[in-house]
Write a protein that binds this ligand. Sequence first.
Ligand code: NAP
Ligand code: G4F
Length: 371
Amino acid sequence: MDKVALITGITGQDGSYLTELLLQKGYSVHGIVRRSSVFTTERIDHLYRDRHEDDVRLHLHYGDLLDAISLRRTIGEVKPTEVYNLAAQSHVRTSFDQPVYTAEVIALGTLHLLEAIRDYRDTQQRDVRFYQASSSEMFGRVKETPQSETTPFYPRSPYACAKVHAHWQTINHREAYDLFATTGILFNHESPRRGETFVTRKITRAAARIKLGLQSELYLGNLDAKRDWGFTGDYVQAMWLMLQQDEPDDYVIATGQCHTVREFLIEAFNHLGLEIERYVRFDPRYLRPTEVDLLQGDARKARERLGWTPTVTMPQLCRMMVDADLKLAEQERALVNAGHCIPQPCESIESQFGPSIIGAPPVREPIPVGP
Ligand code: NAP
Ligand code: G4F
């Protein structure tokens, strides 16, 4: 049978890497895209071909996780053999500003999709495999370290609460309706295509811009948080492998190594020979009302059952991202030198949003960088 994948969140970081992988494997790939006043397809533009050409295997459809009818219609038209649910309001800090919207998209949106797939399977008698993008944020205030598939959840943000709902709803559909519904509990994964307001990309983008004189300061929040950072290219392989198994299940995907935000910052700035004390400042607006202090995954089950292993360490990942952002900054520098205006980086624009959850104005204290 032809392999046909439907991806929600195709315009996001993970969606773009997964689309590349599935096209390489010969799939037809369909993606659901939200209508916006500007096009949001930048991360997949290099994969898109005009529909009038031969052998076009990437197709986009307008839709939204909040629009159950559009999901049902698209599934009926596309007839997917695999559905990857990657769409989400995925920013933890933003989920404190928009808790209801975050819950609607992640929790109810996933339920809309599961119900649409169940009805499609039952009425059309076609098998569909479903992947849910669960998150290590669900472990929150961790009960044990490292965290595995059996570690209890203690979510610490509206985002994580919504992800717990979607996670258990997926398992319930598996058990109640015998749906092939699998969850991947993925720890933080990054790449040069990471959204610019997540801490790794914020750091690498700023380091490159500072190096080329396009920016003079970087404001950050809690540098002591520890994360288990891997490379997105490795993690989408795991998603695909999960849907190729005989039975649906739940898998933790992680490197097993954890580092502080401070260590990532030092790695990035050292790579470009920049002094942290000179450029980096603390701003309490980036603190969260409840923080996740430590995430470190135990991916033994994925290694043993899927044969999956990560290939990129945190220092390698950090340097890959800095190098990519340096190329981007060089293009920006050339435009500035030629007298053009360039857009502000997303992070700078976002810092204007308010009111802050803490209510404190930005401060300009030098950041303590000692280990
Ligand atoms: P991302 O870059 O923020 O991408 C999110 C995607 O969801 C974008 O394509 C976005 O579309 C789409 N989306 C948002 N709201 C939607 C809605 N209402 N209807 C349809 N599409 C919507 O996130 P990511 O890093 O690729 O992560 C992919 C998934 O994995 C997310 O569910 C995230 O929560 C989860 N996850 C990520 C990590 C990680 O470290 N990256 C770890 C664990 C779990 P626009 O382009 O229009 O915004
Ligand atoms: O990069 P972050 O925003 O990622 P976070 O909150 O860990 O969430 C990401 O990973 C989850 C998997 O565990 C995904 F489910 C989720 O969708 C997302 O992809 O923040 C990482 C750490 C936090 O402890 C934060 O407090 O960095 C700290 N941090 C310090 N200064 C900052 C900043 N985070 C951001 N975004 N911006 C800062 O200025």
